[in-house]
Design a protein around this ligand. Structure first.
Ligand code: KG4
Ligand code: ZN
Length: 336
């Protein structure tokens, strides 16, 4: 059988990324041009700036992905691209690029759901992992508990009612003066703090045991900071970070374990930017071990946005017969 090589493109937020993936599991190249430094000036992603930067970078990122994989467009079987969810102007750059390449090189085009990509990141380093399994997707825009029934077949079991987990990390980080992006900074500072120092709330959504809510926690942190300032006491940044991080991970682990028990899950894979959080990984690993559940997580580089994960998802869509037309468009609120 001939090898299937996917050239994948990802531009849904603030990373311009391209990758070449062989037979769904082997990453030949994974090029990421991050705009983080640019957006740091504004304390978060500025959509208009993101789109413009994608336009500037996309061609060289795609070429670099081909070069690093030591292939040309001729060798590529199909073009995979994220078409949602995400920032519409940012998505459009990747979609237009993918369509142009596919059209010019006469290759099939495969539109990919960004969250499907995050979940598929687990296949890269865990060659034994196959559906069915459960996945907790925790990123800047999403917090989903997903039952992966087969490649490309999902049931959403739970979701956030307000802020995504990563969004909460970013907002709290900003409030305590850590800046953007908040997740990695809170992760780091927390190592110097006491996770039991402050009793922040663990929100559970009534009658929806698998849903999440993080806006109350965020408000609790803001109130705590205001309280300190009003009393003229200096707050301990590391203690707030560690206590906040513990509150988030407690809820993520509790809901995931509830699902594990209720659905008799034997494999759990975490995904998305927050899946690189060291406290979450440690807590989830321990909880899974206790219950005899196989626990999977991608390396940090495959947790945050990248095109390799899109290439993996595109491969499974491609072999299942998914083909996108020339009318493929960006869908900012695409459902899984
Ligand atoms: O998956 P991702 O790169 O983009 C989205 O699809 O949203 O996730 C980015 C999010 C940001 O909110 C970032 O703060 C968070 O993931 N993040 C982390 C860590 N690394 C990234 N959150 C907690 N701990 C980390 N180590
Ligand atoms: Zn993402």
């Amino acid at each position: 059988k001939e090898d299937v090589l996917i050239l994948a493109i990802e531009s849904s937020c603030d990373e311009t990324a391209a990758a070449v993936v062989k037979n769904g599991r082997e990453v030949l190249s994974n090029v990421i041009s991050s705009q983080i430094a640019l957006h740091t000036l504004y304390g978060g992603v500025v959509p208009e700036i993101a789109s413009r930067k994608h336009i500037e970078k996309i061609n060289q990122v795609v070429q670099a992905a081909l070069d690093e994989a030591n292939v040309t467009l001729d060798d590529i079987t199909a073009i995979g691209v994220t078409y949602g969810p995400g920032l519409v102007g940012a998505l459009l750059v990747g979609v237009a690029e993918a369509k142009a390449i596919a059209y010019a090189a006469k290759k099939p085009l495969v539109g990919v759901h960004h969250i499907e990509g995050h979940i598929a990141a687990n296949f890269i380093e865990h060659k034994d992992l196959e559906p069915p399994f459960f996945s907790l997707v925790v990123s800047g825009g999403h917090t989903h508990l997903v039952r992966v029934k087969d490649y490309g077949k999902f049931d959403i079991i739970g979701r956030t009612r307000d802020d995504a987990a990563g969004e909460a990390f970013d907002k709290v980080a900003r409030a305590i003066g850590l800046g953007y992006p908040g997740g990695p900074k809170i992760d780091k500072v927390s190592k110097e703090g006491n996770p039991e120092a402050i009793a922040f709330p663990r929100a559970h959504v009534e009658d929806a045991p698998y849903d999440f809510s993080f806006s109350g926690l965020k408000s609790a942190v803001l109130n705590y900071i205001n309280g300190c300032q009003m009393k003229g006491i200096e707050y301990n940044q590391a203690d707030i970070a560690a206590s906040f991080q513990k509150a988030v991970t407690d809820v993520l682990v509790a809901n995931a374990m509830h699902a594990v028990e209720e659905f008799h899950v034997d494999k759990l894979a975490i995904a998305g930017g927050v899946a690189s959080n060291s406290a979450l990984r440690a807590a989830m690993k321990e909880a899974c071990e206790k219950r005899g559940v196989e626990f999977y997580y991608p390396s940090p580089i495959f947790c945050t946005d990248n095109a390799a994960m899109i290439g993996v998802a595109a491969y499974y869509e491609y072999i299942n017969g998914t083909r996108s037309g020339w009318d493929l468009n960006a869908v900012p609120n695409l459902k899984l």
